[in-house]
Design a binder for this molecule. Structure first.
Ligand SMILES: [Fe+2]
Ligand SMILES: [Fe+2]
Length: 174
């Protein structure tokens, strides 16, 4: 596993490595979200996925902007190389399998919301930590950008919770 073979000399190197991991995660989401939107039935859920896709494209741009300012960090140590964020890849695979298994539209919507919230919680945990590291490292501009993304992830998660309250009771329970 790549993580165990890394030799981070300081928090800054791990910060850059984890920024690259999140860039991989967000890029995977930009590719996956249009498919989720198409498979969703509830109008509010479709709209939420579509508007979060636009925000996710912004998350990619913010990460690229922060990474551009980290040129002095050794790319041999912080590169994720051909590896990518395996968590996001696994979540996407699980979602594909759920979509295949859930033929009932309302049951599928309930599953899509669960999978989307798993993604948001992963992002919330990651950006919360990265924002804190940026503050410790004295990178206040980066911390502000990471905070903006974090707030959008939190809002997306809250919106999904409110849509779930509307969608879940409509799913067949037996
Ligand atoms: Fe994101
Ligand atoms: Fe997100």
């Amino acid at each position: 596993m790549k993580w165990l073979s890394e030799d981070f000399k300081n928090l800054r190197e791990m910060f850059v490595f984890e920024l690259r991991m999140m860039l991989s995660a967000e890029e995977q989401l930009v590719r996956a979200l249009p498919n989720l939107e198409v498979r969703a039935t509830n109008e509010d859920l479709r709209n939420a996925i579509r508007s979060h896709l636009l925000e996710t494209e912004g998350h990619v741009r913010r990460l690229e902007q922060i990474l551009k300012e980290q040129k002095d960090v050794d790319p041999a140590i912080t590169s994720i190389g051909p590896e990518k964020c395996k968590v996001m890849a696994a979540l996407a695979t699980e979602t594909d399998e759920m979509i295949t298994d859930a033929r009932d539209a309302w049951v599928r919507d309930a599953g899509l919301i669960m999978d989307a919230q798993r993604v948001e919680h992963y992002e919330i945990a990651s950006y919360g930590t990265l924002r804190q590291w940026a503050r410790v490292l004295g990178m206040h501009g980066a911390a502000d950008l990471l905070d903006k993304t974090l707030q959008e992830e939190v809002n997306a998660d809250r919106l999904l919770t409110s849509i779930a309250e509307q969608v879940n009771p409509t799913a067949k329970v037996a």
